[in-house]
Ligand binder design. Structure first.
Ligand code: HEM
Length: 418
């Protein structure tokens, strides 16, 4: 097995055991490893926690622009031809300072812990609706497709201000964007299929901007549509890209965490029991689920000068790929990293990245996961897997695609079990 090339193989990365074995091998034997593949520009794979953290917090020597995620050469070229940028979009993750700081400031206050906590009652209400739905399904469902994909989608869409009847379309577009390597999720194999997904996002959000300029309200769409940067309206590409990153980053990641977290609880009944007995651990448990799942597999940086890392010389202009799930299983930084422990001190985990680009939605994500389990666990009497779970084949944002489960609710009169 070629461990470096595994990183580019969505079927291997879409399989928990193979992915973590790949990372373990790389961390131990080649933690700064040059990966060369005919379909991709070369990159350095960084797999140790401390290296990833150091690179992430140095936003002058390691830039986000021009290469932010691993995309096939052919598609990168098509994006450059169509949009004039290597990534097609111009979102926060594609920018560097000073522009990055200015645009991040547009929504920074929205995503601070205080305002996010105020969304709690609404989020709990949405979580309850999905737990009710589970109960009404009579004891069997696909936990991913019926519940975990939909609850975070409703939360982020209600924050942005997208109408419930348009959520299905948003979910499909996000899956086409992130699950592009998975034949069951991609729109098609051609470069044009990928471009068309982006164009659909553009067209949809352009109409939302026009509407909120005329009819502003309290939603995030109104903030984005009417924001001024340096006293001027935001450029159209920046604005639409902002919508796209909040809409997409804001649900696939959290839903992957909820389904992966549920699976972890089923596989660790003692942790499930502890959480049921002490719901005050829910926030810590949510953080541990996020570390455990690490749904964002990687982000990239470009070196601005020659640097030596683990004895390897990385030249100015070369790109580095930071593998977060690997950082979160690195025993040099995290004690017993392969143990799922809801009481763990998770301050050192890197699932949200680190430094100036650290996840803008992190407080929202933690609260969303916490509130879901706070609603579900007191009502759930028993749950077990009804078939083997399946993983999305993806090297960027990954997680479960399907997890059929059997369950009973306490209110249905069934005795409580783990
Ligand atoms: C468990 C859930 C989530 C995980 C694991 C996650 C992870 C990440 C990671 C790894 C980054 C890149 C950090 C870096 O480069 O250092 C990021 C950036 C970002 N995330 Fe999240 N995310 C999650 C949920 C959310 C949610 C709910 C939102 C809501 C809108 C969101 C919005 C963003 C945005 C806007 C950025 C770009 C920030 C910037 O470049 O300044 N994320 N996230």
């Amino acid at each position: 097995m070629s461990y470096p090339l595994n990183l580019l193989d969505a079927s291997i990365m879409g399989d928990e055991a193979n992915m973590y074995e790949t990372f373990r091998q790389l961390r131990e034997h080649d933690p700064v490893c040059l990966v060369e593949h005919p379909d991709f520009e070369p990159f350095w794979a960084i797999t140790r926690h401390d290296d990833i953290k150091a690179i992430s917090q140095n936003n002058t020597e390691f830039l986000n622009n021009p290469r932010t995620v691993l995309i096939q050469k052919e598609f990168e070229q098509a994006l450059r031809d169509k949009f004039g940028t290597r990534n097609g979009l111009e979102t926060l993750i594609h920018m560097d300072n000073p522009k990055h700081r200015k645009l991040r400031n547009v929504t920074r206050d929205w995503f601070k812990p205080g305002p996010i906590e105020k969304l709690g009652p609404d989020m709990s209400r949405i979580a309850r609706q999905y737990v009710d739905k589970m109960e009404s399904m009579g004891g069997e469902c696909d936990f991913v497709k019926d519940i975990a994909l939909l609850y975070p989608l409703r939360v982020i869409m209600s924050i942005i201000g997208v109408a419930p009847e348009e959520e299905g379309m948003m979910l499909k577009l996000t899956q086409e964007l992130f699950g592009g390597q998975d034949p069951t999720q991609s729109r098609g194999e051609g470069v044009d299929d990928g471009l068309n997904v982006l164009m659909d996002f553009f067209n949809y959000f352009t109409a939302v901007v026009e509407d909120r300029k005329k009819n502003p309200n309290q939603d995030l769409a109104s903030v984005l549509a009417n924001a001024l940067v340096d006293g001027e309206p935001m450029a159209q590409l920046d604005q639409i890209s902002y919508f796209i990153i909040t809409a997409t980053a804001g649900h696939d990641t959290t839903s992957a965490t909820i389904s992966g977290g549920m699976k972890a609880l089923l596989e660790h009944p003692e942790q499930m029991r502890k959480l049921r007995e002490n719901p005050a651990l829910s926030r810590q448990a949510a953080r541990e689920m996020i570390r455990w799942v690490s749904p964002v597999r990687h982000m990239m940086r470009t070196a601005t000068k020659d640097v030596v890392l683990q004895g390897k010389t990385i030249r100015a202009g070369e790109s580095l790929c930071l593998w977060y799930p690997s950082a979160n299983r690195d025993a040099e930084a995290i004690e017993n990293p392969d143990v799922f422990d809801i009481e763990r001190d998770n301050r050192n985990q890197l699932a949200f990245g680190f430094g100036g680009h650290m996840c803008l939605g992190q407080h929202l994500a933690v609260l969303e996961v916490e509130l879901f389990f706070r609603e579900l666990l007191p009502r759930l009497a028993h749950m077990e897997l009804a078939a083997d779970p399946e993983w999305v084949q993806a090297i960027f944002v990954g997680g479960l695609k399907s997890m059929p489960v059997r369950y009973s609710f306490a209110s249905s009169g069934v005795a409580a079990a783990s």
